[in-house]
Design a protein around this ligand. Structure first.
Ligand code: MV4
Length: 609
């Protein structure tokens, strides 16, 4: 095993990789940009190196800066995570040419599979069904017309270097062929430095199924079952799950075996994902896709993916640890028959974005409250803690909530519970949208396809969800005449806990006891009998009423010396007598109440200097 690994990434995935390193006894090295000086992955690592300015191209994507940091640290391997340099074959080759190990597939395999026509040839020859189309580049609109004559419309024109929906154009009508062809070529050139494009029959309503692969350098390939990523918005995955709610076991087995054959044929090692489209027959709700359904290879993702956690939860296999092991030349120690799928898992991407505003990323802010869920079946992958600033220079995903249960139904109920527990304050998040999906009929049944969010979902439902579950609208602080401060207090009456809220207009007149100003689902901060002797806690200098009531007696006069814990007056509230005590010692300077006075919660009773 390696002794030190540099993780060329940030955020939750960097921490995920470092966690695997920790368990393997490997030391960890972080890299960070100027925007990430205080980021969670930097805190987690054993050591960290600045690789440049906030702009990713000048830091996380700077080949030389990353390799230089690894050299300085004396790392013996580089793990790229996902995104950034993860699928960059040129970078992989540079790492291979050093004395360090690239924790990923060979640069050759990355190149072979990164070029989509090449990948289609390899898969076709290995007997993996590909979407009907060309395996060579197409340059002439007449070829598009000929293809349309043979297979019909619509036709997908895809960039050879493309993936993830970029550089893809759909032709519905022969008259559009020329224009779409040119536009796909321009996009290919702009995004991937490669104007070559190829053709596929365009499937109108497919399900998106991907198979997780693990392979070692000794020729062993295993598939770890599939994930269903059909719930997408503009090619961005939102919720992923496994196993797919739409496949029969026979079809599942066929697709898994196809992926295994494909990995074998591509001389693939490390973790990878084979993406497939499964053609959705018009079918009755809840009816599964059987072994005769058409499925087609789409592309291979030559990296660990965001949603690998789903597969880890249902197989119990630590995929990231295996990435490190097979990179260190170890052999997979389990057979295909040993891979068992246990129950169901759902992953919710927790993005800092406002679903009601077309999912616009939050412009900034900080984690004023950060209180993630826990308990049985709940896994949280993140790299943040309360008080952190929200970094907006990269993507908007701040955490992943992964829920595991014995079946899909229990998993959905557990998800609902976990999302309800999840508390983030300081900016908008996608959580209200997730909660909406948990009451969505198509999603609950599992009948949604890739078109569902973009074409079939009613926007007004999203707005209503944000209204209901999103952050409370801030009172407008500029409008200072009307400024309202709302505080919540926790009180105990006859041993029962009550939450009481107080609205104040204008600047707060009193300093509130610490812990008394929680909002939302606050952590219990109840003054118990044990720590106050049954008293209502009072403030350090100004002793205020913690609840509305009547003063039964005043125990001190101006000039008296008091000590912390001394009773200064007795307040009757809700038929209970409550001792009001001094929180700090000092001299009583003012007594603002007398016997028989009615007081409101928050009223100052006594001042101690
Ligand atoms: C397709 C397709 C239908 N037919 N190719 C989009 C992402 C990229 N990986 C490939 N994509 C698609 N390719 C053919 N021949 C539909 C999509 C597609 C899609 C695929 C997976 C997940 C979501 C999607 C949303 C829209 C379109």
């Amino acid at each position: 095993m390696f002794s030190k690994v540099l993780v060329a990434n940030r955020g939750e995935i960097a921490v995920r990789v470092m966690r695997a390193c920790e368990e393997l006894g490997v030391r960890t090295v972080a890299v960070y940009s100027d925007a990430d000086k205080h980021a969670g992955h930097v805190r987690y690592a054993d050591e960290a190196y600045n690789v440049g300015p906030a702009r990713a191209a000048d830091s996380y994507l700077d080949h030389e800066a990353v390799i230089e940091a690894a050299r300085k640290a004396g790392a013996d391997a580089i793990h790229p995570g996902y995104g950034f340099l993860a699928e960059n074959a040129a970078f992989a080759r540079k790492v291979e040419e050093t004395e360090m190990v690239w924790v990923g597939p060979s640069a050759d395999a990355m190149e072979r599979l990164g070029e989509k026509t090449q990948a289609r040839k390899v898969m076709n020859e290995a007997g993996v069904p590909i979407v009907p189309g060309t395996t060579d580049p197409v340059d002439d609109p007449a070829e598009v017309h000929d293809f349309g004559e043979e297979y019909g419309y619509p036709i997908a024109i895809k960039a050879e270097g493309g993936g993830g929906g970029r550089g893809m154009k759909i032709v519905h009508d022969p008259d559009d062929a020329e224009e779409k062809l040119q536009s796909a070529k321009r996009e290919g050139e702009a995004y991937f430095d490669n104007p070559s494009v190829y053709l596929e029959r365009y499937l109108e309503n497919p399900r998106h199924i991907e198979v997780q692969i693990l392979a070692d350098r000794h020729g062993n390939v295993r598939h770890l079952g599939e994930r269903d990523c059909s719930l997408q918005r503009r090619h961005q995955k939102v919720i992923e799950e496994g196993p797919s709610p739409a496949l029969t076991d026979e079809l599942r087995e066929k697709i898994g075996e196809a992926a295994r054959r494909g990995a074998d044929a591509a001389d693939y090692y490390n973790a990878g994902t084979f993406e497939f489209l499964v053609e959705e027959e018009p079918r009755g709700d809840g009816e599964l896709l059987g072994p005769d359904a058409n499925f087609y290879f789409l592309e291979v993702n030559t990296r660990i993916q965001v949603e690998h956690t789903v597969t880890e939860e249902i197989t119990g296999i630590d995929i990231v640890k295996w990435q490190l092991r097979v990179a260190a030349d170890e052999e997979l120690d389990f057979a295909q028959e040993d891979v068992e799928i246990d129950g169901h898992a759902l992953e919710y991407r927790i993005n800092a974005e406002n679903p009601a505003n077309d999912f616009a990323p939050a412009p900034g802010g900080s984690f004023e409250t950060y209180d993630p869920p826990g308990g049985i079946g709940v896994r949280l992958d993140d790299a943040i803690r309360q008080g952190d600033d929200l970094v907006t220079d990269y993507d908007s995903m701040v955490a992943k909530l992964v829920v595991h249960a014995s079946d899909r139904e229990e998993c959905l109920a557990r998800s609902e519970r976990a999302l309800r527990e999840y508390e983030i304050e300081g900016f908008h998040t996608i959580i209200p949208f997730h909660r909406l999906m948990l009451s969505d009929e198509a999603f609950m049944k599992g009948t949604h396809t890739t078109k569902y969010l973009d074409e079939e979902m009613d926007r007004s439902r999203i707005e209503a969800a944000v209204e209901r579950w999103g952050p409370a609208e801030e009172s407008d602080a500029d409008d200072d005449e009307a400024e309202v401060t709302e505080r919540e207090f926790t009180v105990e009456v006859n041993g029962k806990r009550f939450q009481v809220s107080l609205e104040e207009r204008g600047a707060p007149a009193i300093e509130l006891p610490s812990g008394g100003g929680n909002s939302g689902r606050s952590r219990p901060d109840v003054a118990t009998d044990e720590d106050t002797g049954g008293a209502v806690a009072a403030d350090g200098e100004q002793v205020a009423a913690e609840m509305q009531g009547t003063i039964l007696s005043v125990e001190v006069e101006a000039g008296d010396e008091v000590e912390s814990g001394d009773v200064v007056c007795v307040l009757e509230a809700m038929k209970m007598e409550n001792d009001v005590t001094a929180q700090a010692g000092g001299t009583v300077s003012q007594v603002l109440v007398g016997e028989g006075d009615s007081v409101d919660m928050g009223d100052v009773l006594i001042v101690i200097e």
